[in-house]
Design a protein around this ligand. Sequence first.
Ligand code: ACK
Length: 949
Amino acid sequence: MIHLFYDVTDLWLKFSQTQLSFPLMQLLAHMSSLGWDAITEMDEHNRPIHTFQVCNVMEPNQNNWLRSNWISRQAAQKIYVELRFTLRDCNSIPWVSGTCKETFNLFYHETDEAHSVKFKPQQYTKIDTIAADESFTQMDLGDRILKLNTEVREVGPMTRKGFYLAFQDIGACIALVSVRIYYKKCPFTLRNLASFPDTVPRVDSSSLVEVRGACIDHAEERDTPKLFCGADGDWLVPLGRCVCSIAYEEIDGSCTACHPGFYKAYAGNIRCSKCPPHSFSYGEGAAICHCETGFFRAESDPPTMACPPSPPRNLMFNLNDTCLMLEWSHPSDTGGRRDLTYNVQCKRCGPEPDQCQFCEEELRFLPRPLGLTDATVTIMDFSAHANYTFEIESLNGVSDISSFPRQVAIITVSTDQGGECFDFYLMFRGTCIILLIFHSLPQEHEQLSYSSTRTKAPSVIISGLKPATWYVFCVRTRSPAGYSSYTPKYEYKTTGDCKYLRPSTALVTGLGYICLCGNVLLIVPSSLVKILKTHSQCLCFFPSVPTGPFPGIKTYVDPDTYEDPTQAIHEFTKEIDPSRIRIERVIGAGEFGEVCSGRLRTPGKKEIAVAIKTLKGGYVERQRRDFLREASIMGQFDHPNIIRLEGVVTKSRPVMIVVEYVENGSLDSFLRQHDGHFTVIQLVGMLRGIASGMKYLSDMGYVHRDLAARNILVNSNLVCKVSDFGLSRVLEDDPEAAYTTTGGKIPIRWTAPEAISYRKFSSASDAWSYGIVMWEVMSYGERPYWEMSNQDVILSIEEGYRLPAPMGCPVALHQLMLHCWQKERSHRPKFTDVVTFLDKLIRNPSSLLPLVEDIQRYSIKDLPESPGEEMDYPMFISIGDWLDSIKMTQYKSNFMAAGYNTLDSVARMNIDYAVDPFDSTQKQQRVRHDITLLQRRYWLNAGKVEHGS
Ligand code: ACK
């Protein structure tokens, strides 16, 4: 509230300090001639009160005026006039009826400047007639009681620069004690780090004035800060805000510079942070902390990063079986950084060490020689008769700025005869073609020699075998998809006379028979064997153990092995004419663009619902390739539990991948939305589907690497379909994926320890993830390891901790999970075992009745006969198992004789059949208890089935 003119009484004393007042003395002087008098009285406390009074109640036709001085309107649009006055009750004065009045009139007159001319009442506009709520009498006067009235009137809108107020008395007995004139405004304020100036509200009380704030010092706008000024001078509806700039933090509504030792690198509502390890800030207001001497941060590193000490150290490498693929291990010390890369430099050297020249240009490196993120590279196109030296350098973001010596591992390769394109590739000891010298291997290995040969026919003849010599060979095939991996090594020794081959291990190719005819080794198809066998010189055998994932099942071909990715797309996917697709709505956001649902028409077939993944415009070629990579993978699969690819649109824009529509979307969110809605059997059915899809994938030799409930889709019949194949190579896009110390990005909570620590991904690591999916399913979409940090998850797993069974989880399922989470990966179940096991549970639902919480609550140690003996509950598949587990084997025949041969039937039995009603020993009671428990669970679940279906 702003006072234009304050209390009359006060103004007698203070008006010189009150800027907005008008000079009362003048008012008095000016107006006194019109019937009002300025009178100072004493109040009940004997303090003087200055008043204007008029009291001509005896005479008729009174018209006494009191006028204020000119009052500047300032910013006011509407002014308020508050009057305090006393008024005499006419009835209390004798002989005045007819002449005495009990009201007076309030007037105003707007002008742009003070009048110099005489007061003209006719120019004035009436505001109101003012009456008293309480009037005083002679008695009140005697008792010195002041019956003060307060009245407020609004005037406006005002348009001129100022105004006068005037009071008209028409015959009352009044003492005007104070006049307060004010207007309302929303006062200057600070809100959300923005300042808002004094603002006058609109006259129209229903509309607000929108005011934009200005950020305070060291703050910057996030969303335009705004407030709205209401008619009563209140600020309303704060919107937007400012945030403290870089190097400043908010303290008590202002932005204060960070203290030394602290920094703030980004503008925002965050506090200054302590400098990361090995960095400092000396002064106030640091945006960044600088690395201590001897510690480094790369230019591209975020300022939040600690200053790690060094580039990577202790790089080791080892050679794969093949001569063309180099593999090395990650350095044991990554220098405290995750941005590890490798450069491979090639030198071709003459006989003398100084006769070397660079040769990256001559050779083909897959994926490339520099900036490798995986510790492997494949090198091709060697020249014959040459010595190559490869230097593998490991780098991180600070290698360039650190004075640490570069870490380089060296490998030398000599070739006698180069080869590029093999249908079969044989390497054997004896004849030297490619000699590998590995500096850290013992001396004898340097004597190994390798030779390769190729053939388009399904047989090969290798002549010139030496007697009594070991031959080792491996075979690989080449198809349009690229090279397969090598078969394991087969070792054979020729006899002294070169007549026999003695296999060292029973390993095998499946490619054909191996025959030794004289000193010639032949690999031939079966059609030729008959002929050769008739030849007394030849010894033939068929290697007995099949290689490859599984005979008779297609093998997955990695689209990355195609030099031209469009060839893979062409081979594994169908091009769809976009006119056959009708996009209906957006259902989500994928990594490359929107995911929509729609319909697909195929001539001669029923229209089907599809999900359409689109590649958003403005992509680069690499994004298009990565996007379509998923289709090239999916297109190779054909299984009810794998999302089915309908086709792709690559010849027009937008580029699309069209897959079957799966009504219930991702499994994790589906389960969260339907918490507790399904029977155990339904959940196991879903798990069975996922396992079956995974069995299909692992049989094909495909490793998923990102198996998680969020990557499973559920259809309206609860059929689960494994999806998200784009990420099997790079997990960059999974929001759950986090960087590991070895530099990869991995969804820690779902990933097997060996895959986290050294990227050993396999079907066995998929089995680990499958166990986590089981847990997610049984807990209806709970987050594995809840809010534990990734680091804590890794440490806990390392210490042997495993997720406990979710509520209501059958023992059998938790045991399967634990089986999937065996540290030793070869001990984990194969997907085929998982499917078989789940099938058994489904066929025998009573095996799902014992729940983990029941077992935990009820332990045999409670029985006095076997003190301290913990009950280790196995999976109850049969009556025998169950009785064995509770050490009641002797009752098996009773159960069988009575026809109770499944737990299902026990759950329905009359309990007295099972136990001797006259035997009240603890063990008998135990059997009773178990049966009761079984029955309760059984009926509980059965009720759920009925309810749920
Ligand atoms: O959890 P959702 O509903 O299931 O949200 C995601 C979203 O698109 C982004 O991936 C959904 N989605 C993906 N593929 C399909 C599909 N084939 N059928 C139905 N929904 C799908 C997924």
